[in-house]
Design a protein around this ligand. Structure first.
Ligand SMILES: CC(C)(COP(=O)(O)OP(=O)(O)OC[C@H]1O[C@@H](n2cnc3c(N)ncnc32)[C@H](O)[C@@H]1OP(=O)(O)O)[C@@H](O)C(=O)NCCC(=O)NCCS
Length: 147
């Protein structure tokens, strides 16, 4: 039975390994460390043996919820864990009082964009050339939904 637990500082090395394996431009260790501030909540999804399948990092300020990171270990992708993480994120955010949800995603990240659309996110903005990419720069799509 898979279960969710809050991420802790002790998980940083493990989530950094997953992040680096899953992303061409991964978060740094410093970014993970700074995401333990008060306004953040972050969860890991565990398998039966206690291994981390994936995680998400969110920030809630008043009613505004932002998804900063969501990641599934590459060997575990395509098995529905992205859905599991999104459902937990949205339910947990709503329980904590969020009404509006925001995120940013690389315009080339079609699997993540498809996932977000499945949960009612629509594009509400564009930051041209926001991310470094192999082609030089790529756009960030700003997406949001109402809970
Ligand atoms: C995006 C990510 C979290 C999805 O996790 P996942 O466990 O592979 O996703 P799931 O198996 O639960 O599939 C969820 C949905 O994602 C989309 N999706 C997943 N893989 C896809 C692919 N190869 N192509 C297109 N859409 C895809 C689909 O909409 C899918 O839903 P459906 O199959 O029911 O239509 C995962 O690919 C990941 O960790 N990527 C690297 C990190 C990343 O890019 N994070 C987002 C940063 S903004």
């Amino acid at each position: 039975m898979n279960k969710f637990e809050l991420l802790s500082h002790d998980d940083i090395a493990a989530v950094l390994r997953i992040e680096q394996a899953a992303n061409s431009y991964p978060w740094t260790e410093a970014a993970f460390i700074s995401s333990f501030a008060d306004s953040y909540f972050s969860y890991k999804l565990l398998d039966n043996a206690g291994n981390i399948l994936g995680f998400y990092i969110a920030q809630l300020i008043l009613e505004q919820l932002e998804l900063f990171n969501i990641c599934v270990a590459p060997t575990e992708q395509g098995k529905g864990y992205g859905h599991t993480l999104m459902q937990h994120f949205l339910k947990e955010g709503a329980a904590r009082g969020a009404t509006d949800v925001f995120l940013e995603v690389r315009s080339s990240n079609l699997s993540a964009i498809a996932l977000y659309k499945r949960y009612g996110f629509t594009q509400t903005g564009l930051r041209k050339g926001y991310y470094v990419s192999s082609a030089g720069k790529e756009d960030a799509l700003l997406m949001s939904c109402i809970l």
